[in-house]
Each structure stands twice: as C-alpha cells, then as structure tokens.
Design a binder for this molecule. Structure first.
Ligand SMILES: Nc1ncnc2c1ncn2[C@@H]1O[C@H](COP(=O)(O)OP(=O)(O)O)[C@@H](O)[C@H]1O
Ligand SMILES: [Mg+2]
Length: 312
C-alpha cells in the first residue's frame, strides 16, 4: 500500500492533558480517509499535526515521504498539502476572487497564473457567479466551498478537510459532498474529519473512529458495521412503557433471533442479520408494539464500542 500519511505512536499533550494518545494509522493514496468521533476526540489536533500547524508531540508522522516530527520538513510538506480548516479564516472584506488570488501568490504563482488558477477553482466550487462578491456576502455553504477552492489552489497531493460540513443546511451539505466526490474521481487523496456518521459512510473509503485521543476502530464503513454490529437493527417500541421491557416473557424468544440486544425502559433493540425474520416474529408475539427496521450505521458501531452516542 502506498501510504500518503503514516502515523506510528502519534501523540499530543496540552500540559498534562493528553489530546492524542499514541495512535497508528495509514492513509492510502487516492482514497478518502475519515476521522470520525465526538467533539473533543482529538480529530482537529491530529489534522493540525498533519497540515503542519502544530508540532508533533511524540511518535512518528510520515507525510508524503517526509518525517514531520521535529519540524525540519515543514516547508516541503506544506507545499504539497491543501487545507480546509475547521475555522473559516477567509478575509471578510476582500472579494472571493481576491481572496484566492492572494493565496495563489503564496504558492509562488505569477500574477497571471494566479488569476487563472483562482478562476478555475472558483468554477470548480460552483461559485462562478460569486467571484466578485465579498466574503461577508456569502452563505455558510458558499464559504465552505470557497475554502475548498482555496485549499486546491496549489494542486495538492493531499487535501485535509476538518469538519467541512458542520453547521451547513442539508442542501449545502449535499452540494459540498458532490464537490468532494468530484475530487475523488480525480484521484485526489482526501482526509476528512466529521461527526456525522452518514457523511463518513457516504464519502469515506476507510476511516478510523476516535474517542478520547485513541483510535477505537478502523476499517471500511460496511466492514466495520459487519464486524462490530449486524446488518440491521429492529427497534420495538412499546406505547405503554409502564411495564418494563424485561418483564415481558415474549422478550426472551425474540432476543434469541439477535446477535445482540439492548433493553431500554420502553424499547427493545435487536441487532440482527435477518431483519425480516425478526420483524415477522415481533409482529406475531407483540402485536401492540410498534416495530421499525433500519440498516445499522456507524453510530451503532460507536455505541457498541464506547457505550455512548456520538452526539454525547
Ligand atoms: N490548544 C489547546 N490547548 C489545550 N487543550 C486543547 C487545545 N486544543 C485542543 N485541546 C483539547 O484537546 C482535546 C481534543 O480537541 P480537538 O482535537 O479539537 O477535538 P475534536 O476536533 O475531535 O473535537 C479537547 O479536549 C480540547 O479541549
Ligand atoms: Mg475538531
């Protein structure tokens, strides 16, 4: 595997606090690699070490063949990486076109080249008609697309995106996903952090799930689901929660169908590979209950591994 980034025992402390706690990962070329995890998991800290905004605290971090620890290769690495940071740092008072032209000049492009490259990336981001607008006049979704356009100016081998869709409305998110899929088709290597599991499932070829500075799972989205949970979840909800689920004698029979089950006050969750069988049985045994079947998600994986949801 041709790894664009390879981390071994990567660490970062802030004083006594351990933000990244000795993690190993490899990002293959030409893929979209995700870091999924709740707020505070250490995703941004890891991204900042990759895009050389923050010193490596410990361990080894090889980026495009250069060792990042020690900081001696920062210039060489930065030239080949594009960044879409979590915090929008576009210049509010400049026009979109001007923002990108100024940035393109940092990559050593001449005035004419910078103009052409900026125009090309503005078109790629579907912002052609906003070229002469000031940044403060753009919507949240447009600003994120502008950040992606800016991140691509140097024609990077690796694009690092830290929560590119957080806070966007669904339409703007879909629009941005399209841009990212376009980049994948062009065989760019993407590193993406997100706390949306649907996003990770949609976009990422491989991903790691982080929690409290550690990697708790790694793999392709569907494989992670298959390994850790089951293909489907059947949720059985009781209108009358007065009798707790565990007191129902029908439960024992239902739970034998499941790889795993969870009992809550008013709901039973069955993790099953044969959803139809479980739904039919539930309808037969518990005609008063409301039964719902859904595909398992990465949220279920996270819940199983950590015992809590991604949103908590
Ligand atoms: N500059 C900093 N100084 C002190 N603590 C920090 C700093 N940056 C991040 N942290 C802490 O490190 C942990 C991980 O943060 P971060 O990497 O931003 O998480 P994520 O991006 O996954 O939400 C959090 O508890 C955060 O408060
Ligand atoms: Mg973050």
């Amino acid at each position: 595997m041709d790894a664009v980034v390879k981390a071994e025992g990567l660490r970062k402390n802030y004083g006594e606090f351990v933000a990244v706690d000795g993690i190993d990962f490899e990002i293959p070329r030409g893929q979209c690699f995700g870091f999924l995890g709740p707020n505070g998991a250490g995703k941004t800290t890891t991204m900042r070490m990759i895009y050389r905004a923050s010193p490596v605290g410990g361990g080894s971090l090889k980026i495009l063949g250069h060792e990042a620890a020690g900081g001696r290769n920062d210039r060489a690495i930065k030239q080949r990486i594009g960044v879409v940071p979590q915090e929008d740092n576009l210049d509010e008072e400049l026009k979109l076109r001007e923002n990108l032209e100024v940035f393109a000049r940092f990559y050593g492009l001449g005035r004419k080249e910078a103009k052409a490259r900026a125009a090309e990336m503005i078109a790629f981001a579907n912002l052609g008609d906003k070229s002469e607008s000031r940044i403060r006049e753009l919507s949240g979704g447009m600003r994120r697309r502008a950040l992606i356009a800016r991140g691509l100016l140097g024609n990077p081998e690796l694009l690092v995106l830290d929560e590119p869709t957080t806070g966007l409305d669904p339409q703007a998110r879909l629009n941005l996903w399209d841009r990212l899929r376009d980049l994948k088709r062009r065989e760019a290597t993407l590193v993406l952090t997100t706390h949306y599991m649907d996003e990770a499932e949609q976009l990422c070829d491989r991903l790691v799930i982080m929690d409290k500075g550690k990697i708790v799972a790694e793999g392709r989205p569907r494989d992670l689901i298959r390994q850790h949970v089951s293909s489907h979840v059947v949720e059985i909800a009781f209108a009358n929660a007065a009798r707790s689920v565990s007191e129902r004698p029908e439960m024992a029979e239902l739970t034998t169908l499941a790889k795993r089950h969870e009992q809550h006050q008013d709901r039973l969750l069955l993790y099953v590979d044969n959803g139809e069988e479980a739904v039919a049985k539930a309808a037969h045994l518990l005609p008063d209950a409301e039964t719902l079947i859904r595909r398992s998600t990465l949220e279920d994986v996270f819940l199983k591994i950590t015992g809590r949801g991604l949103a908590e």
